[in-house]
Design a binder for this molecule. Structure first.
Ligand SMILES: Cc1cc2nc3c(=O)[nH]c(=O)nc-3n(C[C@H](O)[C@H](O)[C@H](O)COP(=O)(O)O)c2cc1C
Length: 160
């Protein structure tokens, strides 16, 4: 078995965007920061997110069967931290004026893009679940740049 630190060190060399995966159960909204996001298929339109089995948001995605992937803008690193902080689950959305996507999942304001999904299938994968979502609606904002994550730090795009 590979050493955990070496594994993590290799993963830190993968640059990604940052998303907040949200869902809704009745009047209650839930969300968590996730960078383990990927496109999967064009036809049908599928994406995936990998979610820790310990995540508080997880059972609500199971219950609702829907989620939205909110792709964060470079100005939204505080939001990324807020939605990655344990213990603040009940106040994470305080002061944030969300809209509801067609699925009912919250769409955060001022993001780069949002993909509204219905859970297509979930795969058991070690200490995470892989949630594959069928994308039912999207929205893209013009003129905003994404928040990036690399080597355990937030970054922004730079031209070559
Ligand atoms: C930049 C960043 C990326 C993250 N990516 C993921 C991810 O892809 N999947 C995951 O399960 N947790 C990820 N996390 C950790 C969760 O956001 C964190 O455990 C959060 O507290 C989970 O919230 P919940 O337990 O209320 O659902 C990430 C955290 C940060 C800061």
């Amino acid at each position: 078995m590979i050493d955990r630190q070496r594994f993590k060190a290799a993963l830190r060399r993968w640059a990604s965007g940052v998303t907040i995966v949200t869902t809704r159960a009745g009047e209650r909204v839930f969300g968590m920061t996730a960078s383990a996001f990927s496109s999967v298929s064009l036809e049908p339109p599928l994406v995936l997110v990998c979610i820790d089995k310990q995540a508080h948001t997880l059972p609500w995605i199971v219950e609702s069967g829907v989620f939205a992937v909110n792709v964060l803008a470079k100005e939204q690193r505080e939001l990324a931290n807020r939605f990655a902080t344990e213990g603040n689950e009940l106040v994470r959305f305080e002061g944030i004026a969300c809209r509801s996507g067609p699925s009912g999942a919250p769409w955060l304001p001022d993001t780069v893009a949002v993909l509204d999904c219905r859970v297509a299938v979930a795969h058991d994968a070690g200490d995470h679940w892989i949630y594959v979502g069928e994308v039912r609606a999207t929205e893209v904002a013009a003129g905003r740049e994404p928040l990036l994550y690399y080597d355990a730090r937030y970054r922004a795009l730079a031209d070559h």
